[in-house]
Design a protein around this ligand. Sequence first.
Ligand code: DGL
Length: 282
Amino acid sequence: MSNKHDLVGFFDSGVGGLSVLRQVRADLPHESLLYVADSGHAPYGNKSVELIIQRSFAITEFLLEQRAKAVVVACNTATAAAITRLRARFAIPIIGIEPAIKPAVAMTRSGVVGILATGNTVRSVKFAHLLDQHGHQARVLVQPCPGLADCVEQGELNGSRPRALLERYLQPLLSVGVDTLVLGCTHYPFLIPLIRQLAGIEVAILDPSPAIARQLRRRLESEGLLATGDRIGSECYFTSGAPELTARVMGQLLGQSVTLESLPERFRSVEIFSPASLATVA
Ligand code: DGL
């Protein structure tokens, strides 16, 4: 095996980042991809920022050990919490993802835009800056969606639980004329058919994955790292959670069977700093 760093690494709190990975697979067929689902710590949406930073560092270390040449933080919540520190610590290109407020504001016709995201994303300083930069040209309504990513994590894309949650989260937005919805969590693109059913076909739904794939290509090209040639890249998948459940859901989301490995033990648990001591979080 060569020691060359030739993989693109991805991570998310769980299976949501596969919405980004499948786009990258379609757009950059020669890249070999390695995905980490941190399902043992999902959801990130309600975890402490310290824990998310710790997990982001541990997984990035793992990806580098596996010869990553670039990392896609395929998670809005982890991007908001950790990307500045990751970029300061690691020298490889690190691509993040944040709610697509700018394009939504540019395309709304009703002048009212809705953002669906996790609680941690909408409470973050990064999100506040984003709103400040782009949120003035339209009315922007922010809707945290507790429980929604977990439905995707369990493979529930169309049952009574995601339907009831989405009805609750969409109703206040639609009732005031939102015509453009931003999916500010990488789990949510897997719920687009249900969102479309509930919101109607006139509402535009923005999935940022194509923009992330373009950004990744630009970065790889500018660093001379883009894979070329005839060879189709490989994919491999790791999880910190229960491999059987995660493999089943990943297979369901990608429409193909997935072989999943367990994240090595030393990258699985987290030591977080608490004022009193260093506590280990399972
Ligand atoms: N997929 C993630 C995001 O884009 C996080 C979901 C969660 O774990 O709460 O924010």
